[in-house]
Design a protein around this ligand. Structure first.
Ligand SMILES: C[S@@+](CC[C@H](N)C(=O)[O-])C[C@H]1O[C@@H](n2cnc3c(N)ncnc32)[C@H](O)[C@@H]1O
Ligand code: SF4
Length: 344
């Protein structure tokens, strides 16, 4: 079992971001955390002790919440954690102070995922980030000093304002993981419709990915590391996850569930959720898409006879590789195209 906790607060809103987060609802933090505990206790009712192998605290910005506010969450979850569980928290450079990092480390967080996006002041400004490159370097250095063995950074690329120094700097840092996302122009964000900001050329993506891969092996379209996140791999293997918090998503067997997106609604009724039932076919297709995007691969049994003919063709063309009755994608960048070709 995996667990995702959503923190829907941010200090400022970045120009590209459509995630469920608010800059003007900090006064609801305390009540929100109370509701998180209520939902968590309910979700844990039928769960075996020592069955959670990873937690991911994401957002929004988890570093907008003081470590002491997470104490009850960690106290409640402790009996359910497997030994050596991976516990990741996202953090932003402006709010992940040395004290915050120490506090989270003391609570048991084992991995920090920093939203860095870029080390270029110009690029940070265009993206609407509220930190400098120097603050970002300081935060990574602090996390390393505090003793986090696993540190990851998020970078945004495939923009028309990319800067070569992003990767030069990133490859020298005391980190073991990079998530790099091609910029997407999301609806209801200031960037929406500004096509001139995106570099869609495959050359740009390939070069960026090749450079990162030289130090950090790619294990999914957007993820690279000498350390591979247990939580990420769990998602891609189709494992169950608890989704705690407004805007979180949970998944169990053949159901996906969604607690209220609105913070106010969630605070009023943290146990309310919308449930989506997935058919066998939904789950099968999902397995193909997820497996081909990363090193997990797809069991041959998953494919229909008709699909197998296309898989065999792709094997001949060396787009896929087969090992022990599983097929693996040789080029994650075209994963969706390959999956669509197979299922169509
Ligand atoms: C949950 S978000 C933010 C985590 C953290 N608050 C931060 O800003 O770093 C996780 C990551 O998604 C990426 N992201 C969000 N919106 C994006 C977009 N429109 N295009 C590309 N990457 C995006 C960013 O790299 C971001 O760090
Ligand atoms: S990228 Fe991170 S800091 Fe920026 S608005 Fe989105 S969640 Fe908040």
């Amino acid at each position: 079992m995996l667990l995702y906790l959503h923190i829907p607060f941010c200090d400022s809103k970045c120009h590209y971001c459509a995630f469920n987060s608010y800059v003007d609802k900090f006064h609801l933090k305390k009540e929100y955390i109370k509701s998180v505990t209520i939902q968590l206790k309910k979700e844990l009712e039928n769960l075996e002790k020592k069955s959670i192998k990873s937690i991911f605290i994401g957002g929004g910005t988890p570093s907008t919440v003081e470590p002491c506010s997470y104490e009850e969450f960690f106290e409640t979850i402790k009996p359910y954690l497997k030994d050596k569980a991976e516990i990741t928290s996202e953090a932003n450079p402006n709010s992940a102070t040395l004290d915050w990092l120490k506090g989270m480390n003391n609570l048991g967080v084992t991995r920090i995922s920093f939203g860095i996006q870029s080390f270029s002041e110009k690029k940070l400004k265009i993206l609407g980030r509220n930190h400098s490159s120097r603050q970002a370097l300081r935060a990574i250095e602090d996390a390393n000093r505090v003793g986090f063995e696993n540190i990851s950074i998020d970078l945004i690329y495939a923009t028309t304002f990319d800067d070569e120094k992003d990767l030069k700097i990133a490859l020298e840092l005391p980190i073991n993981h990079i998530s790099s996302y091609a910029l997407t122009l999301e609806e209801n964000t200031p960037f929406f419709g500004k096509n001139e900001l995106v570099d869609e050329s495959e050359k740009c993506s390939r070069e960026f990915i090749e450079k990162i891969s030289s130090n950090f092996p790619q294990y999914e379209i957007s993820n690279f590391g000498t350390y591979q996140s247990v939580h990420n791999l769990g998602y891609w293997r189709g494992e169950d996850y608890l989704g705690i918090g407004s805007g979180a998503v949970g998944f169990k067997k053949d159901k996906r569930y969604y607690p209220s997106k609105s913070i106010e609604e969630y605070i009023k009724n943290p146990l309310k959720k919308e449930v989506e039932v997935l058919t066998e076919e939904n789950l099968r297709v999902e397995r193909i898409f997820l497996g081909l995007r990363c090193i997990v691969g797809v069991d041959l049994e998953v494919f229909t006879q008709k699909e197998m003919q296309k898989v065999e063709l792709l094997l001949k063309e060396r787009k896929l590789t087969c090992k022990a009755n599983r097929v693996y994608n040789n080029d994650f960048l075209v994963a969706d195209e390959i999956a669509l070709y197979i299922i169509s």
